[in-house]
Design a protein around this ligand. Structure first.
Ligand SMILES: Cc1ncc(COP(=O)(O)O)c(C=O)c1O
Length: 397
């Protein structure tokens, strides 16, 4: 009896692995850390591809939401930025003078906020409805601002965009009649193509032929689009194969993530942003618990290659170890496929499934070169930028 008790204690209190050097001891966890060498490599690679194929790169900043990183994209030749929200566009106007809002400008408040962007910004908006044209035109007229408009086509994603080309042509004609709006071209988002890069051929072929058909119909209608705006991270290296695309709008490529690596759109060592986390418990056999839960990683499924049971992220140094479950502040690492046994207090780096959500969950991102923290920047365009100005009640209840 005594003996078995003491052997249990030995197992419970044994140190499973020798201590490893602590990662970034100066940072509290959980926290996003960007490997600056990888970041720069990702930026340079995209810029090179754009130059090589004479494509305008208009990165979507929803991934990083940081003017400092947008400035790096522009410095490397990006023609302008893409934003989704008015707040993103407002914040990015600090560093950019050419912005595409790739989101329907529906509603008077949203449209007014867009039209009120600083005057130095050459503004383009993508939309797909007569209501959006009316809302934007009203706001633009009120401030006498010219706004270029792209008609959004649905070329397979089935989210926004007109699926019937004749309807898109009708909308383009309406825009032409709605000065100070100006018809500038068409936009589409190939977000439905998320499979492994080796298996994208069939969908890309369908996209190619739908786009070619739409373009020739616009030509015949006397509405030849000057700009054709498309592009995503999973398809970015094949943008040049699409007919007459003038600009592409990848966002995720700046950091990459587990989903991007799984489909082969980047290598594992191109994943620039990880969530630094601390192992806080190994009490339950077969797992370790880290301090990064859904409020640090987001509850995002592995997109593209994986399935619902693929977890919510995996470890940079041990990709076979996935975050199999989460509470708000707890992440459960599945140790069933590894011989690695972490100690309580050990630090790990999680490559998230979907990096854009992780960034949005944080106020600050740190930048490191190797194991040295070098810098940090605010996620300045996160949130909506609303001010709590309505109501003067002294108490809530
Ligand atoms: C309209 C639009 N364009 C471009 C992008 C960038 O795509 P990705 O994150 O795959 O680079 C997105 C992503 O959500 C988008 O919604």
């Amino acid at each position: 009896m005594e003996e078995s008790e003491s052997s249990t204690k030995r197992v419970l209190f044994a140190t499973p692995t020798p201590p490893v050097p602590e990662l970034f001891p100066e940072l509290e966890t959980p926290v996003p850390v960007v490997d600056l060498d990888r970041l720069e490599r990702n930026l340079d690679r995209a810029a090179r591809y754009a130059t090589e194929h004479q494509l305008a790169l208009r990165p979507h900043i929803k991934t990083h939401k940081a003017p400092r990183l947008a400035a790096e994209q522009l410095r490397r030749g990006a023609v302008g930025l893409t934003c989704a929200t008015p707040h993103e566009a407002e914040v990015m106007s600090e560093v950019a003078d050419d912005i595409l809002l790739a989101y329907p400008p529906v509603g008077a408040l949203r449209a007014r906020r867009i039209a009120a962007l600083p005057e130095h910004v050459r503004l383009t908006v993508a939309l797909d409805s007569a209501t959006a044209v009316d809302d934007l035109a009203t706001a633009a007229r009120a401030v006498e601002r010219e706004i270029q408009v792209y008609v959004e086509l649905d070329l397979g994603m089935h989210r926004v965009g007109l699926p019937v080309v004749d309807d898109a042509i009708t909308l383009a004609r309406k825009i032409r009649e709605a000065a100070p709006l100006r018809f500038g071209g068409i936009a589409f988002y190939p977000g439905h193509i998320r499979e492994s890069v080796d298996s994208q051929d069939a969908k890309l072929e369908t996209l190619r032929s739908s786009l070619a058909e739409a373009l020739s119909r616009f030509d015949r209608a006397g509405l030849t689009p000057r700009a054709v705006s498309g592009g995503s991270t999973p398809t970015m290296w094949r943008t040049h194969e699409l007919p007459r695309v003038t600009e592409f709008r990848p966002g995720t490529y700046i950091f990459n993530d587990r989903s991007t690596a799984e489909i082969g759109a980047c290598e594992w060592n191109d994943c620039a942003l990880t969530v630094l986390a601390t192992v806080v418990s190994t009490a339950v056999p077969g797992q370790a618990v880290i301090d990064a839960g859904s409020k640090a990683l987001g509850r995002e499924p592995l997109r593209g290659a994986g399935g619902a049971d693929e977890g919510f992220g995996s470890l940079l140094e041990h990709p076979e170890v996935v975050v199999k479950g989460m509470s708000e502040e707890h992440g459960l690492l599945d140790l069933s496929r590894t011989a690695w046994r972490p100690a309580v207090g050990e630090r790990v780096r999680v490559v998230p499934n979907h990096v854009c959500i992780v960034v949005h969950l944080n106020d600050v991102v740190f930048g490191a070169r190797g194991l040295a923290v070098e810098t940090s920047w605010p996620v300045a365009a996160r949130g909506r930028g609303y001010t709590a100005s309505l109501g003067t009640a002294a108490t809530i209840a």
